[in-house]
Design a protein around this ligand. Structure first.
Ligand code: ADP
Length: 166
């Protein structure tokens, strides 16, 4: 059982500075971190799986112990398949709590050996979400404090082209 690797799952549509903060801190707390892009057929996304992966790759390339993977289906099946045991979740203001509480208890019921660990958001990212970026960006708002500088233009480009498709 591998307890040195943690798995950080999410949609990352797109990756934000809030996600980056959790990635950087988890990568310091564990020997290895897998950022897992989970495909959720019920969630409408703006960035394709490949685009989301490319963006995360660009901003984590300097971190040797961080890798990226994708998964469709139950999260616990991914962990079991790789013999991993730790799920990392970021926790923002109260809004995340109900959902994350429910998910953590469900996963515990489905897989007793897997632990969900929560990392509290940094205060400055408490209200930051991918949704906020997707609302502010296309309307011309400054997303500099929301996403890593190196992918800001890629994100804006994609969001603006989406606006044109509407
Ligand atoms: P979102 O909730 O923005 O759609 P994701 O599904 O990609 O994002 O979230 C993946 C994980 O990252 C979840 O555990 C979520 O709580 C966490 N997370 C998202 N934004 C932040 C943030 N600003 N600070 C801390 N954790 C965050």
């Amino acid at each position: 059982m591998n307890i040195r690797t943690a798995v950080y799952p999410g949609s990352f549509d797109p990756v934000t500075l809030g996600h980056m903060d959790i990635i950087e801190r988890s990568a310091k707390a564990f020997e290895r971190l897998v950022v897992l892009i989970v495909e959720n057929p019920e969630k409408k996304v703006s960035f394709s799986l490949e685009e989301r992966r490319a963006l995360i790759e660009k901003v984590t390339s300097h971190m040797d112990n961080v890798s990226i993977d994708t998964h469709r289906g139950l999260l616990i099946d991914y962990l079991r398949g790789h013999d991993y045991r730790i799920i990392i979740k970021g926790l923002r203001a109260i809004s995340d709590f109900d959902y994350e509480f429910q998910m953590a208890l469900t996963n515990k019921k489905l897989a007793e050996e897997i632990e969900t660990m929560f990392m509290m958001t940094r205060a400055e990212y408490a209200f930051l979400s991918s949704s906020v970026v997707k609302i502010v960006g296309p309307m011309g708002g400054d997303i500099s404090g929301m996403v890593p500088a190196s992918i800001k233009e890629d994100i804006l480009h994609r969001l603006t082209s989406l606006k044109g498709e509407e």
